[in-house]
Unconditional design. Structure first.
Length: 147
């Protein structure tokens, strides 16, 4: 029986300890019940040459959301084992939202899926990519972030 209890504030501290996440301005807006939602504001530096959000930014958001979702059921000692992403349409809008949900929690691996949306200024969501990932449960606790 799993005794881990998800904590949004602790999860936000973990996200805030990632320099790249801070650069992107990523924030966790939901964490618990087998799911996690990560958001970031879309700004010009995150776009590719055609004005769409760069695929690497969508990939980052999927990777982190998948891992945080897994962490809601097995705790913080998790690492991405692998994931795939399918880009469905160009990402444009005000906010990128990645919502991941656990599909199957296991003892050593957690399978999750993620839907990535762009949100416009009126709050309308458009699905732009989907991802699926396998998250490894680390055998030992991960080291504390260095401040």
């Amino acid at each position: 029986m799993n005794v881990y209890s998800p904590n949004l504030e602790l999860a936000r501290m973990v996200l805030d300890s990632q320099p790249f996440s801070m650069y992107l301005g990523a924030r966790l807006t939901a964490f618990g019940d087998g799911g996690a939602t990560l958001e970031l504001d879309i700004r010009d530096e995150l776009r590719q040459q055609n004005g769409f959000v760069h695929g690497g930014v969508l990939s980052y958001a999927a990777d982190n959301a998948l891992t945080f979702a897994a962490g809601t059921v097995v705790g913080p000692a998790v690492l991405t084992a692998g994931y795939s992403i399918d880009y469905l349409r160009p990402a444009r809008g005000e906010v990128l939202r990645a919502h991941a949900q656990v599909v199957r929690p296991g003892r050593t691996r957690v399978v999750c899926r993620c839907d990535l949306f762009t949100v416009d200024s009126e709050g309308n969501q458009t699905l732009c990519a989907v991802a699926q990932g396998t998250i490894a449960v680390a055998e030992t606790a991960l080291p504390e972030p260095v401040e």
